[in-house]
Design a protein around this ligand. Sequence first.
Ligand code: F6R
Length: 655
Amino acid sequence: MLNYSLSNLLPDLPAFWPEPSHDELTRFEKIPTEIMDDAASASLYVAHEIAALIRRKQREGKSCLVGLATGNTPVRVYAELVRLHREENLSFSNVITFNLDEYYPMQPDSLQSYRRFMHEHLFQHIDIKPENIHIPDGTLLPETIQSFCKGYDQAINEAGGIDLQILGIGRTGHIGFNEPGSGSASPTRLITLDHLTRTDAASDFYGEDFVPLKAITMGVGTILKSKRILLMAWGENKAAIIRKAVEGPLTDQVPTSWLQQHPNTQIILDRAAAADLTRIKTPWVTGNVIWTDRLIRKAVLWLCNKTGKAILKLTDRDYLDNGMSELITLEGSSNKVNIKVFNDLQHTITGWPGGKPDADDSTRPERALPFPKKVLVFSPHPDDDVISMGGTLARLAQQGHEVHTAYQTSGSIAVFDDDVIRYLDFVDQFSEITGMKDAGNQVTNNMKDLIYNREPGQADAEHVLRLKASIRRGEASAACRYVGIPSDNIHFLDLPFYETGKVVKKPLSELDIERVTTLLRQVRPNQIYAAGDLSDPHGTHRVCLDAVLIAINQIADEPWMKDCRIWLYRGAWQEWDLDQVEMAVPLSPEEVITKRKAIFKHQSQKDRPLFPGHDSREFWQRAEDRNHATAMAYDKLGMAEYQAIEVFVKYQPHS
Ligand code: F6R
């Protein structure tokens, strides 16, 4: 179904002339690393290597020991193995598996149990013998854990050692749950989870407080004894730790770096997770790169950052000292390169995100006509629009455009029970005032019972979820009213993929896409805005982007669609790199306040977001800090000094 290209949103794979040898290209990398276009094709590659090994061992009449990981990363690997079993007769009868880890304590049937995960994603769909499955036990008595762990390592040894171990990587640099501090010889053991790991797991447990403090993990020493290791990482939020693990020093502070000592490890990345590797981030250091305009901008901004200079102050010397002399030869002088990049960046800035009527638009990001434009803003959750582009939204409305907002999901699971109780108390009082006390109380008491009787870590009842969704609808409508969007132009799509009431969502289906295409055909926008978050292929933002892009692709041939521009903003967690930005909308100090107040309308998300990630700031603070940082970055490069800037990248459907 994913028949669209994300090419222009991903870091470029640079081209070289002459082509450097593989060794030259990867000379900063201490572990063999393969970069694939996307997580889907990379997952197939890994699944097929596993399948080939299983088949080879079968032909040799031997058993095959596979070490397995859980988490988001290997999900598509397991899906492909299941497909190979169903459609291509891959048998798992000779396979013995050892899983990396399990939370402690953890009941096997609990929603978050890795045992349950493995059964749901793989074991219940294949012909593996139950006695061949090994997963650390989260129900052990504390005094038996040590001997269990010893036995686990022994069982691996006695079965002949792991033939192929697959791994993901945590943002702490953990493999398995070997957190920073884990030595290279560490055995299987009970470990205390890092704070960052627990915050990353918070959404799976409906809140950080419910994430266990400990886990049983296969040790680094055990992992390193595997004959072959494949480590996978997808998405830009893994890019920084991947660079440390692959190019950094060997250190127990980044346990994945121990893989540098293993003779047969391969790291498999998608383009986003590879973004910080030297050959992608600063390719001119690794060979004779072919300079595209996009790469020139990237290199010059990198040089400004390194030297602390504004663009127009860079000298020949700066270029020469940093391996970029070729660029001067190509353009004639450093000054010419500087001016080229300066103008390029200058032209991204506009106070007219919908285009400026009656103005020359040859160097503006958006065309002047038609004016006014019909604008459709997609927001994955009910507050992403104002958090990420609240200033631009208000400007579009103020400048006379017909602005619509489409809330893709209800956001119901991110509402605290307390908030629902507060609304129910209000309904009680309302019933009393209006003389409907008995009937009203019965309904609210039922609802309160559903909330109070829910076990920690379990999903909400449907009625409660619907109430939570309506709380968020009211907030989104209030924010729209505040920035000047009429209520007729507010659309709640409630995409079905999201409505499971759990953190784990359903896959995107035609039903989701149809809701998006129907709205697109109804509004026929000249401009679309959507959240361009590529991280975490299973995250809601990414699925919502998929829904918009698949829908756009399906109706791309309709004449009105040909005249539609698509702009992507980034959600609450990350910002576009400046070398990618194509439109930058400055905000005045007053507009920053307007944006803040629009975000405040989302009261249920205000005091402490339910899924805060690793950042303890509130959403409005993060948004302001981020927009201010962008403005400072422009200022430092020598552009005008603004209070804040919101930035966008244009999506090219056919790139
Ligand atoms: C899972 C495991 C962990 C994960 C890592 C990445 O069994 O041992 O090391 O591989 O935390 O998690 P995801 O894949 O969810 O990003």
